[in-house]
Design a protein around this ligand. Sequence first.
Ligand code: EPZ
Length: 416
Amino acid sequence: MQKLAIQGGIPLRGEVRISGAKNAALPIMCASLLTADALRLTNLPDLHDVGTMRKLLQQMGVAADAATGEITFRGDKVDNWEAPYDMVKTMRAAILVLGPLVARFGDAKVSLPGGCAIGSRPVDLHIKGLQAMGAEIAIEHGYIHAKAKRLKGARIFFDIVSVTGTENLMMAAALADGVTVLENAAREPEVVDLANCLRAMGARITGDGTDTITITGVEKLHGATHRIMPDRIESGTFLVAAAATGGSITLRETRADILETVLEKLAEAGAQIKVAGDTIHLEMSGRPKAVNVRTAPHPAFPTDMQAQFMALNCIADGSAMVVETIFENRFMHVQELRRLGAQIDVEGNTSVVRGVGHMEGATVMATDLRASACLVIAGLVAQGETVIDRIYHLDRGYEHIESKLSQLGANIRRIK
Ligand code: EPZ
């Protein structure tokens, strides 16, 4: 089990390049199943989850030739329409092969993803949508068996906004017979990035980025080249780390238009923010002010930034309420933050954080991807040494985080 050791108290200073977005890369890699032509993806982040998704596609028969920061996929020899449990259990996003497999081959056997630390995370909306498009679906021995001669366009209403649900059905509808309308669809920027890639492949999609997406199915999709969008959550994580440590950093190769609520919250906390082209500069002098946070689907405040703002509020001036409305169990970082001296009370989906003057380094344990990021931020701020265990969670979603933080002046090292 690898650990990270951090000596806190150093303000972050300097420049950092933002990587391609994990949550855009994962669905877009699955789009390679929709065509027999070559799909070349650039600006791919070097993440554990990207490696896992590549292996999953390869064991289905998709060729996946990697070069630095890019992979060219080719789905002309797909001969295995199964996503086995041992791969799905480590990466829930594997569910995103379901829609493309049924759409192109009319057959799929995908393991039900188990729950995960942050919640039960059902996939009933993915299944309901495919059934509405004519797929016969049976759930047996923990697997989703889906069959369809050819999917038919349908009008699908999401009871709950689902990011991967929207993405799965958008990919399925791209090859269906007729028009599909997704109502109450997710508006996340990663959904738009997937739609941009599918359009480059010949798909007919409008309305992505709004809550109603219309897809007119086509017979076949062709190859394309697509550059993965910047990671807005990695961007937000570095900005919060700079604000918490009273530093001054510049993010390069990112975008501000996909992070508006996060930038507003950071300004409310007292940070000076300047945006120019694909860079965001943040300056923080003195102690941050506590800021209330309430997560909700995009364009509201992203749940994937909740834990990071909790860390900021731990040492902020004042008290703040953090309300998590998306997942039922996304406060596991609270226990660990308390070990560092944070004052946090939890009542249901609401935490009240009372800012303290300083935190003391301690040994803590990462429980999920964004909780790990939260603990890194807390470790950068706490006095003395913080050791974070189980950092494999972190490696799933942050590319070379300790080298990027070291470049910004942090005293951080990985211990085997
Ligand atoms: C995506 O997960 C992201 N993952 C998550 O990022 C992110 O936290 C989440 O969207 C919300 O923004 C990827 O894009 C790979 P949902 P997803 O379906 O699609 C319920 C990270 O840290 N729901 O939008 O799985 C569900 O239980 C990860 O990078 C159903 O009830 O999330 C949740 O309460 C963590 N039935 C809510 O909807 C369904 O069929 C939103 O989930 C689907 C979802």
